[in-house]
Each structure stands twice: as C-alpha cells, then as structure tokens.
Design a protein around this ligand. Structure first.
Ligand code: C2O
Length: 450
C-alpha cells in the first residue's frame, strides 16, 4: 500500500494532457489481473549455469529453438487462455506490475531485481515448453553501436511459409524497417554505466535510476513509438506482448550484472532489509505460484544463467564527485567556489565531466524529454545539437499514475559550467521537439570528473 502515497494528483504543467493519453489504455490495464493461487516460497533450483548469449551470437539451430519457444508460448494462450504460462498471461504479469495491482515495481530499486525474477520464470517456462533445460534467453546487445536496430530475426512477419513468432506488428516504422536508433540515446557523457553507485544507477526506495530513465526508457519508446496507435513496447501495460521486450530486458539485466561486477568502484547492490526481503510473486513452469525475494536473485549462477563479463557502454573509471549547491526555491545550481576556480583555470576539455542529479521529479507521460540549461531552443531543429542541451529523460509509464522520481546523468557542458559558475544554472526540460519547458526540480546535484 506504500505506493498509494506516491499517487499522482496533478502536477501543474502536464496534468491536463494526461487523461486522454491514458484513457485508451485503462481497459487493457484492468484486464491483466493474474489467476489466483497459493504461493510457496522460492527454492533455489539446481540448474546448470549457462551463459546467456547475445541475439547476434545465436546459431541457426538456436534461432529455430527460440522461435519454437515463442510459438509454443503463443499456442498455449490459444489452447488455454487461463494457463498462467501462456504468452498473453506472461505479458499480463508485466502489465499487473506496472500499476495494474495498484503497485508498480518501476521507478524504484525494485526495477532491476523484479525484472530479473520475471525473466527467470519466463525462461523456465520456455525450457519446459521446449522440454529442453539448456535453453537460455538471448539479449539484444544495444550497448554495442553495431546492434542498435531491432535484431533481424525479430523482424520478418513470415519465415518461409511460417509465421515468425518473434514478430510483433505493433512497432514503430523505424523499428520495423531495421533502422538504427538515434545516437542521441547514448551520449558519451550521459552513460549510466558511469553512475557512481547503485543508487544513481538503479534507484532507491522511491526513485528510479539512470539506466531505467535513460536508455531503457528511450529504447522502449523508440521501438514502440508511444504516439502510434499501436505502441506495444511504448506502453508498460502492453510492452511484454512484444517478444523483443524480453531481449531488451535481458540486456538491461546483463548491464546490471556488469555494473555490479565493478564492485571495487563502489557499485555494490543495496543491503537494506527492505530491499533484500522484498517479495514478488510469479507462476513457475509448473503453474505453481511462487514468492521470490530480492535476495534470491542477486547472484545469477544458482538461477542457471550468467553473462560473459564486459559490455560496451562500459568505462571502468572511478570519477571524482563534488556536491553542488542547489536552491530548491529558485531551482538554481551553483558550483562551489573551489570548483569554480578549478573550472575557470583549465580547458573544459581537460576532463570529462558529467552532471548527476538525484530525486528528479518526473511528469507522468511517456516520452523523450530534452534537458537544457535555460530555455529550450526553437522547436523543429535538432534540439540535441543546441549549445544548451545537456541530455534527455526517457520515460515510459503504464496506465496508473504515481509520482515518479529518478536519478539522471547529464552532460556538464561549457554552457552549464559557465552559468553554474556565475548566476547559477537553471535546468529545464521539455518534450523532445517542443519549447514547452518547465524547471527541472530535484533533490541534489553533483559534478563528476574523470
Ligand atoms: Cu518493466 Cu522495460 O519495463
């Protein structure tokens, strides 16, 4: 019930536009309740630890097996729509946990562990349907700039004379056409893998992290185009109806594992009781409802999977953190005197600087938002090229409103350093392509220097 206190009751600038956007999804949301069941506690399985592979690495046989798995999942929905393991029921699990139950595992530190558990049970179910315990989910390795289009095996509607079970008709035209996602989703100075700690990367009890509200959200929006009439990936209530969802989240899961692997840099998972003992419910491969806890999923090997160490988007450096002055009344950020002097005394090219803002208040409308120092530049132009652009927020939400907060990594540009060193920098954010900006409100700001 804690979530009730986070419900959204209409923040000024965006409230009006919301009702119509979400109205159309309410029906889907309310229909996604899970079948009932009596949960038992999760028992760590004795599974062989097999590395998950990227989609690009799958052999022809593995592609055939993957397609067969999703075909069997779809067939199960057709033959028994109430079977909790079927494709639509699986998609509904995600719908239910993005607000369908009145709670939402997004926008907080449950984001990573809940999705890991979800993918684990999904993988167990696919193994069962295939009668093959060696099946593992593949990941869409979009961290590598060579793999930023929807992988080819997910794209054709037909393979020969057979329907492609990995195809989803409700994708954006760019995704369908196999185009690459825009590079603006991955600015080098806005790299979530460079977050200094888990709180910045993966969030806390009431705030999401830089991965969720960075590439994760932006890729959802790009794949599903939320303004399309057919947005599967672009709305959380519907997103898991697209098989690419599982490959997208498998990569998110892998990047979490990679982030934590760099533990010497201070990337350890939280150890708070509230985190470790938080329970989630899923139906397993035998239709048994199971309660699994965060502490059960922090180590993947006992769950039968692991990832090869290393990832693109990786930069194993330990940045220096400086807390900035922030006035919550005026929303102005200022550099401490020592930093002002240091910045003035050297070329900004000497060091790579990022601006980390925590506990950012977010609007409850899916979309890509650009963040600027001062006012948004004229609409129509590519605003990410503007001198006062510092980054973006990729927001994807379900049908239920709750106040969301997040941590963001932004680019500490010249324009930012100059204003923050003199009058104070005012950050604004606006839906991409508009000048419809509002001041970015947040809890605290830091400058990181590598
Ligand atoms: Cu549960 Cu990508 O969202």
């Amino acid at each position: 019930m804690a979530q009730l206190t986070r419900r959204h009751f209409g923040r000024a600038t965006v409230a009006g536009a919301l009702a119509s956007v979400f109205g159309q999804f309410l029906a889907a949301q309310e229909d996604c309740a899970p079948p009932s069941g009596t949960p038992v506690d999760f028992v760590i399985p004795k599974l062989q630890n097999i590395q998950r592979k990227s989609v690009a690495e799958l052999t022809a046989n593995e592609v055939t097996r993957l397609r067969l798995a999703y075909q069997k999942l779809r067939d199960l929905t057709a033959s028994d729509p109430t079977d909790p393991r079927g494709w639509m029921q699986q998609a509904n699990v995600h719908c239910w946990n993005c607000g369908g139950s009145g709670s939402d595992i997004h926008g907080s530190w449950t984001f990573f562990p809940w999705h890991r558990a979800y993918l684990y049970f999904h993988e167990r179910i696919l193994c069962k349907l295939l009668n093959d315990n060696s099946f593992r989910l593949p990941y869409w390795s979009w961290d590598d700039s060579n793999y930023r289009s929807v992988p080819a095996i997910y794209r054709p509607q037909q393979v020969g004379s057979v329907t492609n079970s990995l195809y989803d008709p409700k994708r954006s035209s760019a995704a369908v056409a196999g185009q690459s996602m825009p590079g603006s989703i991955f600015p080098p100075t806005q790299n979530p893998m460079n977050s200094a700690n888990f709180a910045a990367f993966g969030g806390g009890p009431d705030a999401g992290g830089s991965m969720e509200f960075g590439p994760h959200g932006a890729i959802h929006m790009w794949t599903g185009a939320p303004d399309d009439p057919n947005p599967d990936m672009g709305n959380l209530a519907l997103a898991a109806r697209d098989p690419i969802f599982y490959a997208h989240h498998c990569n998110i899961d892998r990047l979490w594992a990679e982030f934590v692997r760099r533990n010497p840099l201070g990337h350890a998972n939280p150890t708070d009781d509230d985190f470790m003992s938080r329970g989630f419910q899923f139906f397993d491969e035998n239709k048994q409802l199971v309660t699994i806890r965060v502490q059960d999923v922090l180590d993947t090997a006992p769950l039968g999977f692991s990832y090869r160490p290393g990832a693109k988007l990786s930069k194993p450096k330990s940045p220096k953190y400086t807390k900035l002055k922030y006035d919550p009344a005026t929303h102005l950020i200022q550099l401490p005197d020592a930093t002002q002097a240091a910045v003035a005394g050297q070329s900004v090219l000497v060091r790579q600087r990022s601006l980390v803002v925590k506990d950012v208040k977010l609007p409850m409308k899916s979309g890509s938002y650009n963040v600027f120092v001062g006012d948004a530049p004229a609409a129509g132009a590519d605003q990410s090229k503007a001198a006062n652009y510092v980054g973006y927020i990729g927001i994807i939400v379900g049908a239920h409103h709750h106040d969301q907060k997040c941590s963001l990594v932004l680019n500490a540009t010249n324009a930012f350093l100059q204003s923050a060193g003199s009058v104070g920098a005012l950050l604004t954010f606006a839906p991409a392509g508009t000048t419809d900006g509002a001041a970015l409100e947040f809890g605290s700001a830091f400058l990181t220097e590598e």
